[in-house]
Design a protein around this ligand. Sequence first.
Ligand SMILES: [Zn+2]
Length: 66
Amino acid sequence: MNADASSSRSFRGKSVLFCAECSFENPVSDGWLVVSDGDERTIVCPECGHVADHRTERSAPAPRAD
Ligand SMILES: [Zn+2]
């Protein structure tokens, strides 16, 4: 087993999310509480419950100037 745990996990360009409240940081897909509600997805900090991100699965409606 490798003692250096930090090097065993490659982030491979994954976006790391930071909590503004408690400085918790992890890739979005690892550690954060992801609450899905229909097309919406809320990223909640597991440490303090702060909502760090909120997005919709749908592609953002492109504003078109007709
Ligand atoms: Zn937090």
